[in-house]
Design a protein around this ligand. Structure first.
Ligand code: ATP
Ligand code: MG
Length: 342
Protein backbone atom coordinates (compact mmCIF):
# COMPACT_ATOMS: atom_id res chain seq x y z
CA UNK A 1 0.00 0.00 0.00
CA UNK A 2 1.45 3.38 -0.96
CA UNK A 3 1.04 6.50 1.14
CA UNK A 4 -1.54 8.06 -1.19
CA UNK A 5 -3.65 4.94 -0.89
CA UNK A 6 -3.87 5.00 2.88
CA UNK A 7 -7.46 5.55 3.90
CA UNK A 8 -8.46 9.10 4.73
CA UNK A 9 -9.78 9.88 8.17
CA UNK A 10 -13.39 10.80 8.78
CA UNK A 11 -15.05 13.79 7.13
CA UNK A 12 -14.33 16.27 9.94
CA UNK A 13 -10.63 15.53 9.69
CA UNK A 14 -10.72 15.98 5.93
CA UNK A 15 -11.92 19.55 6.55
CA UNK A 16 -8.65 20.18 8.41
CA UNK A 17 -6.36 19.10 5.65
CA UNK A 18 -3.85 21.77 6.45
CA UNK A 19 -2.93 19.80 9.56
CA UNK A 20 0.37 18.16 8.58
CA UNK A 21 0.95 16.06 11.67
CA UNK A 22 -1.35 14.93 14.42
CA UNK A 23 -0.42 12.61 17.26
CA UNK A 24 -3.12 11.19 19.50
CA UNK A 25 -2.37 9.58 22.88
CA UNK A 26 1.06 8.58 21.65
CA UNK A 27 2.83 6.27 24.07
CA UNK A 28 6.19 4.50 24.23
CA UNK A 29 7.26 2.24 27.07
CA UNK A 30 10.69 0.57 26.96
CA UNK A 31 11.17 -2.64 28.96
CA UNK A 32 13.96 -2.26 31.51
CA UNK A 33 16.93 -4.53 30.86
CA UNK A 34 17.62 -6.70 33.90
CA UNK A 35 20.65 -8.75 34.85
CA UNK A 36 20.42 -12.55 35.09
CA UNK A 37 20.25 -12.40 38.91
CA UNK A 38 17.56 -9.73 38.91
CA UNK A 39 15.48 -11.82 36.51
CA UNK A 40 15.95 -14.85 38.74
CA UNK A 41 14.54 -13.09 41.82
CA UNK A 42 11.81 -11.06 40.18
CA UNK A 43 9.67 -12.02 37.24
CA UNK A 44 8.11 -8.57 37.14
CA UNK A 45 8.89 -6.66 33.94
CA UNK A 46 9.43 -2.97 34.53
CA UNK A 47 9.05 -0.25 31.91
CA UNK A 48 10.58 3.16 31.28
CA UNK A 49 7.55 5.33 30.55
CA UNK A 50 9.40 7.44 27.98
CA UNK A 51 6.32 8.93 26.28
CA UNK A 52 2.97 8.75 28.00
CA UNK A 53 -0.15 9.48 25.97
CA UNK A 54 0.78 12.78 24.39
CA UNK A 55 -1.43 14.54 21.83
CA UNK A 56 -0.76 17.56 19.63
CA UNK A 57 -1.04 18.71 16.06
CA UNK A 58 1.08 20.83 13.75
CA UNK A 59 -0.08 22.70 10.68
CA UNK A 60 1.81 22.78 7.41
CA UNK A 61 4.68 25.27 7.32
CA UNK A 62 4.74 25.72 11.11
CA UNK A 63 7.42 25.00 13.68
CA UNK A 64 6.32 23.09 16.76
CA UNK A 65 8.99 22.86 19.43
CA UNK A 66 9.12 20.19 22.10
CA UNK A 67 10.92 21.56 25.13
CA UNK A 68 11.88 19.91 28.41
CA UNK A 69 14.71 18.66 30.58
CA UNK A 70 16.94 15.73 29.69
CA UNK A 71 15.15 12.39 29.70
CA UNK A 72 11.62 13.81 29.36
CA UNK A 73 10.98 11.91 26.12
CA UNK A 74 11.70 14.46 23.37
CA UNK A 75 13.93 12.23 21.23
CA UNK A 76 11.63 9.24 21.71
CA UNK A 77 8.70 11.37 20.47
CA UNK A 78 10.73 12.47 17.43
CA UNK A 79 11.73 8.90 16.61
CA UNK A 80 8.13 7.75 16.96
CA UNK A 81 6.90 10.46 14.59
CA UNK A 82 9.27 9.46 11.78
CA UNK A 83 8.48 5.84 12.57
CA UNK A 84 12.00 4.77 13.50
CA UNK A 85 10.45 3.02 16.49
CA UNK A 86 6.98 1.58 16.98
CA UNK A 87 4.65 3.13 19.56
CA UNK A 88 3.28 1.15 22.48
CA UNK A 89 -0.03 2.92 21.96
CA UNK A 90 -1.72 5.87 20.27
CA UNK A 91 -1.86 7.09 16.69
CA UNK A 92 0.20 9.21 14.29
CA UNK A 93 -1.52 10.93 11.37
CA UNK A 94 0.42 12.56 8.54
CA UNK A 95 -1.64 14.70 6.16
CA UNK A 96 -4.75 13.08 7.63
CA UNK A 97 -3.56 9.57 6.97
CA UNK A 98 -2.89 7.04 9.67
CA UNK A 99 0.83 6.17 9.45
CA UNK A 100 1.07 4.47 12.86
CA UNK A 101 1.43 0.93 11.57
CA UNK A 102 3.00 1.38 8.15
CA UNK A 103 5.36 -1.41 7.20
CA UNK A 104 7.61 -2.36 4.28
CA UNK A 105 7.15 -0.38 1.08
CA UNK A 106 4.58 2.07 2.50
CA UNK A 107 6.90 2.88 5.42
CA UNK A 108 9.75 3.50 2.98
CA UNK A 109 7.46 5.79 1.00
CA UNK A 110 6.53 7.69 4.19
CA UNK A 111 10.22 8.21 5.02
CA UNK A 112 10.60 10.30 1.85
CA UNK A 113 8.15 12.76 3.39
CA UNK A 114 9.30 12.61 6.99
CA UNK A 115 12.98 12.95 7.90
CA UNK A 116 14.94 13.41 11.11
CA UNK A 117 18.06 15.42 11.88
CA UNK A 118 19.70 13.40 14.65
CA UNK A 119 20.71 14.81 18.03
CA UNK A 120 24.39 14.02 17.59
CA UNK A 121 25.98 14.85 14.20
CA UNK A 122 29.20 13.12 15.33
CA UNK A 123 27.45 9.78 15.79
CA UNK A 124 24.98 10.03 12.92
CA UNK A 125 27.62 10.20 10.15
CA UNK A 126 29.50 7.06 9.16
CA UNK A 127 33.19 7.94 9.76
CA UNK A 128 34.27 5.72 6.85
CA UNK A 129 31.95 7.35 4.32
CA UNK A 130 32.90 10.42 2.31
CA UNK A 131 30.47 13.31 2.76
CA UNK A 132 29.22 13.12 -0.82
CA UNK A 133 28.39 9.43 -0.46
CA UNK A 134 26.70 9.97 2.91
CA UNK A 135 24.52 12.74 1.53
CA UNK A 136 23.70 10.90 -1.68
CA UNK A 137 22.93 7.60 0.02
CA UNK A 138 19.21 8.33 0.64
CA UNK A 139 18.80 9.17 -3.08
CA UNK A 140 20.09 5.73 -4.00
CA UNK A 141 18.15 3.90 -1.26
CA UNK A 142 14.91 5.45 -2.47
CA UNK A 143 15.72 4.85 -6.15
CA UNK A 144 15.67 8.56 -6.96
CA UNK A 145 19.12 9.04 -8.49
CA UNK A 146 22.45 7.33 -9.02
CA UNK A 147 25.78 8.21 -10.67
CA UNK A 148 26.14 11.69 -12.16
CA UNK A 149 22.52 12.66 -11.45
CA UNK A 150 23.00 11.85 -7.77
CA UNK A 151 26.26 13.81 -7.69
CA UNK A 152 24.56 16.85 -9.19
CA UNK A 153 21.78 16.78 -6.56
CA UNK A 154 24.37 16.39 -3.76
CA UNK A 155 26.43 19.33 -5.14
CA UNK A 156 23.31 21.50 -5.15
CA UNK A 157 22.45 20.50 -1.59
CA UNK A 158 26.03 21.14 -0.36
CA UNK A 159 25.78 24.66 -1.77
CA UNK A 160 22.34 25.15 -0.27
CA UNK A 161 23.60 24.31 3.23
CA UNK A 162 26.54 26.67 2.79
CA UNK A 163 29.35 24.17 2.13
CA UNK A 164 31.21 25.65 -0.79
CA UNK A 165 33.03 24.83 -2.99
CA UNK A 166 30.79 21.74 -3.13
CA UNK A 167 33.45 19.80 -5.05
CA UNK A 168 35.84 20.06 -2.11
CA UNK A 169 33.30 18.98 0.50
CA UNK A 170 32.00 16.08 -1.62
CA UNK A 171 35.21 14.09 -1.16
CA UNK A 172 36.07 14.75 2.50
CA UNK A 173 35.49 12.48 5.51
CA UNK A 174 33.45 13.58 8.58
CA UNK A 175 36.60 13.85 10.76
CA UNK A 176 37.92 16.57 8.45
CA UNK A 177 34.97 18.82 9.23
CA UNK A 178 34.19 21.17 12.09
CA UNK A 179 31.11 20.67 14.28
CA UNK A 180 29.18 23.37 12.41
CA UNK A 181 30.06 21.86 9.03
CA UNK A 182 28.98 18.41 10.22
CA UNK A 183 25.68 19.82 11.38
CA UNK A 184 25.19 21.40 7.93
CA UNK A 185 25.79 17.95 6.40
CA UNK A 186 23.25 16.40 8.77
CA UNK A 187 20.71 19.04 7.73
CA UNK A 188 21.49 18.56 4.01
CA UNK A 189 21.20 14.81 4.33
CA UNK A 190 17.74 15.14 5.90
CA UNK A 191 16.64 17.62 3.22
CA UNK A 192 17.94 15.79 0.17
CA UNK A 193 14.76 13.75 -0.38
CA UNK A 194 12.68 16.93 -0.35
CA UNK A 195 10.75 15.93 2.79
CA UNK A 196 7.69 17.83 3.96
CA UNK A 197 8.05 17.13 7.67
CA UNK A 198 11.40 17.37 9.44
CA UNK A 199 12.08 16.39 13.03
CA UNK A 200 15.15 18.35 14.16
CA UNK A 201 16.48 16.81 17.37
CA UNK A 202 18.61 19.37 19.26
CA UNK A 203 20.25 20.42 15.96
CA UNK A 204 22.44 23.08 17.54
CA UNK A 205 23.24 21.67 20.98
CA UNK A 206 26.57 20.14 19.89
CA UNK A 207 27.98 23.17 18.10
CA UNK A 208 29.70 26.35 19.17
CA UNK A 209 27.48 29.15 20.43
CA UNK A 210 28.88 31.47 17.74
CA UNK A 211 27.58 29.18 14.98
CA UNK A 212 24.16 28.44 16.44
CA UNK A 213 22.31 31.45 15.01
CA UNK A 214 23.67 30.70 11.53
CA UNK A 215 22.40 27.10 11.63
CA UNK A 216 18.99 28.24 12.87
CA UNK A 217 18.85 30.82 10.08
CA UNK A 218 19.74 28.13 7.55
CA UNK A 219 16.94 25.93 8.88
CA UNK A 220 14.44 28.78 8.68
CA UNK A 221 15.53 29.66 5.12
CA UNK A 222 15.10 26.04 4.00
CA UNK A 223 11.73 25.90 5.73
CA UNK A 224 10.45 28.99 3.94
CA UNK A 225 11.83 27.88 0.56
CA UNK A 226 10.22 24.45 0.75
CA UNK A 227 7.22 25.22 3.01
CA UNK A 228 8.47 22.61 5.46
CA UNK A 229 6.92 21.68 8.77
CA UNK A 230 9.35 21.27 11.67
CA UNK A 231 9.17 19.42 14.94
CA UNK A 232 12.02 21.18 16.69
CA UNK A 233 13.41 19.48 19.78
CA UNK A 234 15.36 21.46 22.32
CA UNK A 235 15.98 21.67 26.07
CA UNK A 236 16.48 25.42 25.70
CA UNK A 237 13.44 27.71 25.74
CA UNK A 238 15.52 30.61 24.46
CA UNK A 239 16.25 28.63 21.26
CA UNK A 240 12.59 27.65 20.99
CA UNK A 241 11.68 31.33 21.22
CA UNK A 242 13.80 32.08 18.17
CA UNK A 243 12.48 29.38 15.88
CA UNK A 244 8.98 28.27 16.96
CA UNK A 245 5.41 29.09 16.14
CA UNK A 246 4.17 26.69 18.81
CA UNK A 247 5.77 25.27 21.93
CA UNK A 248 4.89 22.06 23.78
CA UNK A 249 6.43 21.72 27.24
CA UNK A 250 7.27 18.11 28.17
CA UNK A 251 7.79 16.73 31.64
CA UNK A 252 8.49 13.04 32.36
CA UNK A 253 6.96 11.79 29.12
CA UNK A 254 3.91 14.05 29.18
CA UNK A 255 2.99 17.38 27.62
CA UNK A 256 2.07 19.77 30.43
CA UNK A 257 1.48 22.91 28.38
CA UNK A 258 0.99 23.79 24.70
CA UNK A 259 0.60 27.23 23.27
CA UNK A 260 1.66 29.67 20.65
CA UNK A 261 5.18 30.91 21.34
CA UNK A 262 3.89 34.33 22.44
CA UNK A 263 1.50 32.74 24.95
CA UNK A 264 4.20 30.56 26.48
CA UNK A 265 6.46 33.57 26.97
CA UNK A 266 3.90 36.22 27.95
CA UNK A 267 1.41 34.15 29.97
CA UNK A 268 3.03 30.86 30.97
CA UNK A 269 0.59 28.82 33.03
CA UNK A 270 2.20 25.62 34.27
CA UNK A 271 4.61 26.00 37.23
CA UNK A 272 7.12 23.87 35.29
CA UNK A 273 6.98 26.21 32.28
CA UNK A 274 7.48 29.15 34.66
CA UNK A 275 10.49 27.40 36.19
CA UNK A 276 12.04 26.79 32.75
CA UNK A 277 11.46 30.45 31.86
CA UNK A 278 13.06 31.54 35.14
CA UNK A 279 16.25 29.80 34.04
CA UNK A 280 16.61 32.12 31.01
CA UNK A 281 18.81 35.13 31.86
CA UNK A 282 16.93 38.45 31.67
CA UNK A 283 18.77 41.20 29.73
CA UNK A 284 17.11 43.90 31.84
CA UNK A 285 17.28 42.93 35.56
CA UNK A 286 14.79 45.72 36.44
CA UNK A 287 12.09 43.90 34.46
CA UNK A 288 9.73 42.13 36.83
CA UNK A 289 9.47 38.40 36.41
CA UNK A 290 7.88 35.72 38.56
CA UNK A 291 10.96 33.55 39.15
CA UNK A 292 10.35 29.96 40.17
CA UNK A 293 13.26 27.72 41.09
CA UNK A 294 12.99 24.02 40.33
CA UNK A 295 13.29 21.81 43.43
CA UNK A 296 15.23 18.55 43.30
CA UNK A 297 15.95 16.23 40.41
CA UNK A 298 13.74 14.77 37.68
CA UNK A 299 12.21 11.59 39.20
CA UNK A 300 12.61 8.18 37.59
CA UNK A 301 10.38 7.46 34.62
CA UNK A 302 10.24 3.79 35.70
CA UNK A 303 8.24 4.58 38.85
CA UNK A 304 7.02 8.12 38.20
CA UNK A 305 5.19 10.06 40.95
CA UNK A 306 1.45 9.48 41.26
CA UNK A 307 -1.12 12.11 40.23
CA UNK A 308 0.57 15.08 38.61
CA UNK A 309 4.11 13.85 37.90
CA UNK A 310 5.48 17.32 38.64
CA UNK A 311 3.98 17.55 42.17
CA UNK A 312 7.15 16.59 44.16
CA UNK A 313 8.98 19.55 42.58
CA UNK A 314 6.09 22.00 42.50
CA UNK A 315 5.86 24.96 44.89
CA UNK A 316 2.08 25.03 44.51
CA UNK A 317 1.33 21.32 44.99
CA UNK A 318 -1.99 20.57 46.71
CA UNK A 319 -3.35 17.29 48.11
CA UNK A 320 -5.25 16.67 44.88
CA UNK A 321 -2.01 16.86 42.85
CA UNK A 322 -0.66 13.78 44.63
CA UNK A 323 -3.61 11.59 43.75
CA UNK A 324 -5.20 12.75 40.53
CA UNK A 325 -3.60 13.42 37.17
CA UNK A 326 -4.68 16.76 35.68
CA UNK A 327 -5.87 16.48 32.08
CA UNK A 328 -4.55 18.81 29.36
CA UNK A 329 -7.32 21.38 28.96
CA UNK A 330 -7.89 24.40 26.79
CA UNK A 331 -7.76 27.52 28.97
CA UNK A 332 -7.78 30.16 26.25
CA UNK A 333 -7.67 29.97 22.46
CA UNK A 334 -4.72 27.80 21.38
CA UNK A 335 -3.42 27.54 24.95
CA UNK A 336 -3.65 24.24 26.85
CA UNK A 337 -2.34 23.31 30.27
CA UNK A 338 -2.40 20.24 32.52
CA UNK A 339 -2.46 21.60 36.06
CA UNK A 340 -4.94 21.49 38.97
CA UNK A 341 -4.34 25.20 39.66
CA UNK A 342 -6.61 25.96 36.70
N1 ATP B 1 15.98 2.46 23.60
C1 ATP B 1 15.69 2.73 24.87
N2 ATP B 1 15.60 1.75 25.80
C2 ATP B 1 15.31 2.02 27.08
N3 ATP B 1 15.06 3.26 27.55
C3 ATP B 1 15.13 4.27 26.67
C4 ATP B 1 15.47 4.07 25.29
N4 ATP B 1 15.46 5.29 24.66
C5 ATP B 1 15.16 6.19 25.60
N5 ATP B 1 14.96 5.60 26.80
C6 ATP B 1 14.60 6.25 28.07
O1 ATP B 1 13.43 7.00 27.83
C7 ATP B 1 13.46 8.23 28.53
C8 ATP B 1 13.31 9.36 27.53
O2 ATP B 1 14.48 9.41 26.73
P1 ATP B 1 14.67 10.44 25.54
O3 ATP B 1 15.97 10.15 24.91
O4 ATP B 1 13.47 10.42 24.68
O5 ATP B 1 14.71 11.83 26.32
P2 ATP B 1 15.16 13.28 25.82
O6 ATP B 1 14.10 14.21 26.31
O7 ATP B 1 15.43 13.26 24.37
O8 ATP B 1 16.49 13.55 26.65
P3 ATP B 1 17.82 14.37 26.23
O9 ATP B 1 17.47 15.83 26.42
O10 ATP B 1 18.84 13.91 27.22
O11 ATP B 1 18.16 14.02 24.81
C9 ATP B 1 14.77 8.25 29.29
O12 ATP B 1 14.52 7.81 30.61
C10 ATP B 1 15.64 7.27 28.54
O13 ATP B 1 16.59 6.68 29.39
MG1 MG C 1 17.11 13.65 23.24
Amino acid sequence: MRLNQIIWLNASDMMKREVELKVVNLKKYFPVQKSFLERLFSKKIEYVQAVNEISFQVKKGEVFSLVGESGCGKTTTGRLIVRLIDPTGGKIFFKGKDVTSLKGESLREFRKYAQIIFQNPYASLNPKMRIGEAMGDPLEIHGIATGEKKKKIVFEMLEKVGLEPAKKFYGVYPFELSGGQRQRIAIGRAMILNPELVVADEPISMIDVSLRAKILELMLTLKDEKNLTYIFITHDLAVAKYISDWIGIMYLGEIVEIGRKEQIFSTPLHPYTKALLSAIPVPNPKRKREDIQLKGEVPSSINPPSGCKFHPRCNFAMEKCRSSKPPLQLLEKDHQVACHLF
